[in-house]
Design a binder for this molecule. Structure first.
Ligand code: NDP
Length: 462
């Protein structure tokens, strides 16, 4: 396959970090082993005094899976990129250090800020505009800021360093195939668009329930919580794709314009005790695995009151969606893993007398990873023709041969910002969530409890 990359060097800041080892390097390996990053050089940097061997070992470990699956050509490419890679020790926040390294690298360079958010901000501030060569791509991880104000500040800092189409704000949650699956479903089927509105849809739920607990990530998660970690970023992006107006094309500009427009119409209405809910897990067990009380997990400051499960009701104030609740929910340590959007249609206005068996409205379920589609309809099943049966039409949707971070990196290396969050959208997502975060800080919605392994607090309807 011909490689279409326009970047010569990928510089990963935070080479020793969790993201780099667990997600970034394996994603890169998928790309490289499929001939989709030919000619790319890899450079790692971090504050640790690593030997070159330590860095190469890390790459080798992270490349192992892709290596075992690759054909001869892919294995040669993996070897080439590993053996030509180098590691540099530096403090990215110290003036001149990152700029000094940049000046030595063959451009164009993509700088991946796999750093704690605060360090990324300081690293960008330590760079002067003249020190970032034209063509450099800046890749920022989530969370993008911690409030509308800090996101604005970070956007301003970045805008001084590179043009917007060279800034990639990563949201790895939806891969390209998933995004295109949602758009294909919505805009390539005549029967859906006429009913895709407030007249026919009662509510849309977007759920990301994990059966994993904290898994040693207290340092990050305890300061974030479910609302910031998942809902403010990933789930709002899915909501936008389900709610956008038909774009002229599925190219970056049309699509990101449509996403920005619909998010601008979104808000969560007070009183927040009614439109939001939050809870924290207590001790329990998941699939036979014992989980301690969140408050007793290593590194947690229980007094912070961090929620591990959150649910908010977003309203989109426009003609299409007025009054339709978008319910966004995400949590950890739940009994069942669920990653889906559920569209609930309104009940039929009149069921001809004589029919029985219709007791719930039609639902369309879009599953994420693996991508699936299920449509619940009422039909004459076997037996009594007047007694209707619930049937499910199912389809498996197209997947991607790349890992999510392989797709993120391909977007960066080929200069396609389609999957990246645009500056205005990044700020708008905070605008939607900030009033809730402030209200929760004033205790205006109680922090409830649920046992790990359950499906949430008993008081929450299923
Ligand atoms: P880690 O804490 O594991 O790694 C951070 C890295 O930054 C370390 O390599 C650290 O090196 C380096 N670092 C810190 N300060 C400096 C400095 N002044 N100069 C140079 N290097 C420095 O974090 P993660 O890898 O987990 O996360 C990185 C980013 O990715 C965060 O923004 C996070 O929100 C995001 N993210 C992470 C995910 C994950 O699963 N881990 C998932 C999605 C997003 P050292 O240890 O030597 O200081």
């Amino acid at each position: 396959m011909t490689s279409r990359i326009t970047v010569k060097t990928l510089l990963i800041l935070g080479a020793s970090g969790d993201l780099t080892g667990r997600l970034l390097l394996p994603g890169l390996a998928r790309l490289v082993s499929r001939g989709r990053a030919d000619g790319l050089s890899l450079v790692g940097a971090g504050s640790d005094a690593w030997t070159p061997e330590q860095w190469l070992e890390r790459i080798e470990e992270s490349f192992a899976d892709a290596h075992s699956q690759a054909e001869a050509y892919g294995r040669r490419e993996l070897k080439r990129i590993r053996e030509s890679s180098s590691y540099h020790q530096l403090d990215v926040t110290a003036e001149g250090q990152l700029a000094g390294l940049l000046a030595q690298l063959e451009g164009p360079v993509a700088i991946y800020f796999a750093l704690p958010p605060r360090v990324s901000q300081l690293a960008c501030e330590a760079l002067a505009p003249g020190q970032v060569p034209a063509g450099t791509r800046l890749v920022m991880e989530k969370p993008f800021g911690s409030s509308a104000e800090s996101a604005r500040h970070l956007n301003k800092t970045l805008a001084a360093l590179a043009p917007e189409d060279h800034i990639h704000r990563v949201d790895h949650f939806l891969g390209k195939a998933t995004v295109l699956n949602i758009l294909g479903l919505r805009f390539a089927n005549t029967f859906l668009e006429p009913v895709w509105n407030r007249e026919h849809i009662e509510k849309i739920e977007i759920v990301f329930d994990e059966d994993l607990a904290l898994e040693g990530r207290a340092r990050y998660y305890d300061g974030a919580g479910a609302l910031r970690d998942m809902i403010q970023s990933h789930l709002l992006q899915i909501m936008a794709l389900l709610a956008i107006e038909p774009p002229a094309s599925v190219e970056e500009r049309d699509l990101r314009d449509a996403v920005a427009t619909v998010l601008r119409a979104g808000s969560i209405k007070a009183p927040y005790a009614k439109s939001t809910r939050r809870a924290r897990y207590t001790a329990g067990s998941i699939g036979g695995r014992k989980v301690p009380d969140y408050a007793n997990e290593d590194g947690v400051d229980a007094a912070r009151g961090t929620e591990t499960l959150a649910e908010v009701e977003v309203q989109i104030d426009n003609w299409r969606w007025q009054g339709v609740p978008f319910i966004l929910r995400s949590g950890k340590a739940l009994g069942i893993k669920r990653k889906e959007a559920v569209v609930t249609f309104r009940p039929v206005p009149h069921l001809p007398r004589g029919f029985t068996g219709v007791d719930s409205p039609n639902q369309l379920r879009i599953g994420f990873g693996p991508d699936t589609l299920q449509f619940d309809v009422d039909v004459n099943g076997p037996g009594d023709v007047l007694s209707l049966d619930r049937a499910t039409l199912e389809a498996e949707l197209s997947g991607s041969e790349l890992l999510p971070y392989g797709e993120v990196l391909e977007g960066v290396l080929t200069g396609d910002p389609l999957l990246s969050v645009r500056a205005d959208t990044a700020e708008d997502c905070w605008r939607i969530m900030e009033p809730v975060l402030k209200a929760w800080a004033r205790d205006s919605a109680p922090l409830e409890e649920y046992a790990a392994g359950s499906d949430g607090p008993d008081s929450w309807p299923g």
